[in-house]
Design a binder for this molecule. Sequence first.
Ligand SMILES: Nc1ncnc2c1ncn2[C@@H]1O[C@H](COP(=O)(O)OP(=O)(O)OP(=O)(O)O)[C@@H](O)[C@H]1O
Ligand code: SF4
Ligand SMILES: [Mg+2]
Length: 345
Amino acid sequence: MTGEALLTVDGLVTKFDAADGVVHAINGVSFDIRPGETLGVVGESGSGKSVTMMSLLGLIPSSVGRIAAGTARYRATSGEVDLLKLSERQFGRIRGREIGMVFQDPISSLNPVMTVGRQIAESLQRHLGLGRRESRSRAIEMLARVGIADPSHRVDDYPHEFSGGMRQRVMIAIALAAGPRLMIADEPTTALDVTVQAQIMALVRELQAESELAVIWVSHDLGVVAGLADRVLVMYGGTIVESAGVDDLFENPQHPYTRGLLASIPGTGLAGSRLASIPGTPPSLQHELKLCPFADRCSHAIDRCARERPGLTPISADHSSACFWDIDASRQRDGVAVIAQREGM
Ligand SMILES: Nc1ncnc2c1ncn2[C@@H]1O[C@H](COP(=O)(O)OP(=O)(O)OP(=O)(O)O)[C@@H](O)[C@H]1O
Ligand code: SF4
Ligand SMILES: [Mg+2]
């Protein structure tokens, strides 16, 4: 991992125009990622993980939604661009070339009537201008690279001839064929069994070790993220509620939502309130977010939470949380209470 950020997202706001009004899906998301880094993005369903990634990739159709604010400075090989301001034509040089994408469902992302070899070769021809023969041999190389056995024969197979795990490997081969510097993977292993998931994760780590590939790995599964990420963003209600190095997040979670999320994984030592047992439902996104999105479900809410929206505030060099609750003061209070109890006061 090296110094300067590859991508810096600042104040992303994305809205949808639904039949019954505006959906405030993303409410000011800011983060960055450095070359070689793996950033895990977690949060429950509807928290805005996919919409954030789709916004960055120019995949929000103007017929349904819009990016209302923000910048996403990406340091492309040919110079810096703002991903939130690119035209569809300009994105043609970014998606697949600078930024590779892997989604949950390879069946809908792969073309069912084109051999996997042609699909990899197409990316190589379009982005790198390689000829037919050269791109075919590179496609075979890529298939071998992602662990497909007998690649010189499999290159002529169609997507349905591969198993789920192998199709996801093919997706990774396509995503990485043109040598992007960032890979955005949205729940890429969710549909796969645990063993295949582990193989894919090991494969991505291996590929990263060979280059400075940065990876954004979206998952609702904190266990997967723990095994893969250097740093984690926790999303809730279209905001980032906590951002920290992976060890720090697991050892010293700050935000009440993160603590609930971690308590729902067995063996984390954070016994108690399982996420499922936190009363209430995710916030309505029908209105602009003016207060803490977690306020309705939070057992630590104080008066201020009903008046203001907390911003993401640094706790230490690489750890931020968006919460007014003073966790240290609570610990001290609890400590005093325990001592008082012990001493029979
Ligand atoms: N086309 C759309 N029109 C209206 N609202 C939308 C549209 N697409 C997404 N949303 C809303 O945006 C919010 C964020 O959705 P998003 O898909 O990013 O969630 P997610 O965190 O990826 O969830 P999951 O874990 O289920 O994939 C949700 O409330 C969703 O209903
Ligand atoms: S800001 Fe308030 S309501 Fe929101 S998570 Fe923190 S304590 Fe709870
Ligand atoms: Mg999603």
